[in-house]
Design a protein. Sequence first.
Length: 317
Amino acid sequence: MKSTDLRILFAGTPEFAAAHLQALIDAGLSIVGVYTQPDRPAGRGHKVAMSAVKQLALQQGLTVYQPEKLRSVEAQQELAAVKPDLMVVVAYGLILPQAVLDVPRLGCINSHASLLPRWRGAAPIQRAIEAGDRESGVTVMQMEAGLDTGPMLLKVGTPISPADTGGSLHDRLAELGPPAVLQAIEGLAAGSLSAEAQDDTLATYAHKLNKQAAALDWQRPAAELDCLIRAFNPWPLAHASLDGKPLKVWAAQTAEGAGTPGEVLVCNKEGLLIACGQGALLLTRLQLPGGKPLAFSDLYNARREQFAPGLLLGNGQ
């Protein structure tokens, strides 16, 4: 059987998933329905917004399903009525119960943004950078009831550079994932693809992102804080405090220096040098309350008095 003969059901929600759906469409595969999370408030105005996957699906004239959950008999019957041969799941955000996993003839496959079994869970891209990993990638796996525990069909890797952010790595993996999924679909259709079980002893868990996780604790080594700042750019953004007000840190680099953790050691057009528990960080792009992200050279020209040496920045708690 050819991949174009398969009835494929797609499930996903954010931009990362939309990149995969677009690849399936471009490849001429038969998409018989698209599942995505219900519309939710987003942005500063908290206006109800469609997911990136829903927007693309509607543009392509595809049928969209948005159940709150898939545990009800009604939702499962609706899905089964589509009669998919295969379900492709990418960053959907809802748990698929066993009754759903059993519906497609070829099962359900998932494109996960890590080299499994490392970084199972919700935020693998950011956690890999935060941990200082030197490599990330995409794993296409056959889904089972456990969280990202299924047997692996394909893996594709990419180095994590010292300049990578959560945003840049996300974009690179969004390019690597779709071709891997297409290759897996072809292999499943032809019956030529074999799966490899994960080694659970090597598993790590990528906890969901929140603003508290992005708080800067100046007692920590500068190298760890550098990883954290890059990992949580563009969201939820690393943050400290200045005169009791939040200070968002968009970019920094490790540097030489010593002092009381949080102390401003040097302030010039190159950046704001802050003492850490070990070493120092040169903050090069900041955002003050109510302002836009700015290179520190711009802030220095306008507000250098706010960043005088000897000043102590607070932790981001």
